[in-house]
Design a binder for this molecule. Structure first.
Ligand SMILES: CC(C)(COP(=O)(O)OP(=O)(O)OC[C@H]1O[C@@H](n2cnc3c(N)ncnc32)[C@H](O)[C@@H]1OP(=O)(O)O)[C@@H](O)C(=O)NCCC(=O)NCCS
Length: 186
């Protein structure tokens, strides 16, 4: 799921400015330190001590981390868990210095592809009802509200549960596998 670097095309031709698109890939144990740094600095929820390290080291726990890197720097990550035919987005965090550059969108597009590959028919998440930026992002990428979760968070604030279909992505993988097309994930 890596994307090429390139130059921005304007109506007058190519501009000098270089656009560097993030590389999105599944994380492994070696990424735990970088993820922990972003969590401590930029996430409103904290995984307990050693949880990230354990989840990365033990794939059997079923928690997947997608990381978005700009050059080699981890700019954001998404935490996912597949549960029968549903993919749950458990957390999504982008380094403040790299926001509004499409990092979270790239991670979510990667998550949709991964969910389709795993045969999930939808992806769900809960976000704080007051997190208007995140809600705008999710709506932009096709999520819609499913239900409200009153006092869902520890501080007593409300959550909103949102869902997006992954049927198109799942169908794509089904056809790709049937025709022997190359897989991104192995
Ligand atoms: C929410 C968050 C993940 C967005 O990351 P991001 O990389 O900046 O998002 P993107 O650049 O992909 O945004 C894509 C679109 O979503 C919408 N969007 C994203 N952040 C927004 C904000 N703060 N306010 C309004 N709209 C926003 C916009 O439509 C944006 O497109 P635009 O920049 O062309 O206007 C990031 O702000 C973050 O890490 N916040 C703290 C943690 C958090 O709240 N995570 C969500 C947990 S459920």
């Amino acid at each position: 799921m890596s994307a090429p670097e390139g130059t921005r095309r304007s109506s007058g031709g190519f501009e000098e400015e270089r656009i560097i698109l993030p590389t999105v890939a599944l994380c492994s144990s070696g990424d735990a330190g970088d993820i922990r740094v972003l969590e401590e600095l930029f996430s409103s929820v904290r995984w307990g001590s050693g949880v990230i390290e354990r989840e990365l080291a033990e794939p059997g726990l079923g928690v997947l981390y997608l990381g978005a890197r700009l050059s080699r720097r981890l700019a954001g990550y998404a935490v996912l868990r597949a549960d029968s035919d549903r993919l749950h987005l458990l957390n999504l965090v982008v380094d403040e210095r790299y926001r509004r550059r499409g990092i979270a969108s790239s991670l979510l597009l990667g998550a949709f592809e991964l969910g389709g590959y795993l045969g999930c028919s939808n992806i769900r998440l809960v976000t704080q009802a007051t997190n208007s930026g995140a809600i705008a992002l999710y709506e932009e990428l096709g999520f819609s509200n499913v239900t409200s979760r009153g006092r869902y968070y520890r501080d007593g604030s409300d959550g909103i549960e949102m869902e997006r279909s992954l049927k198109d992505e799942a169908q794509w993988w089904k056809e790709a596998n049937a025709s022997g097309r190359r897989r991104f994930f192995s």
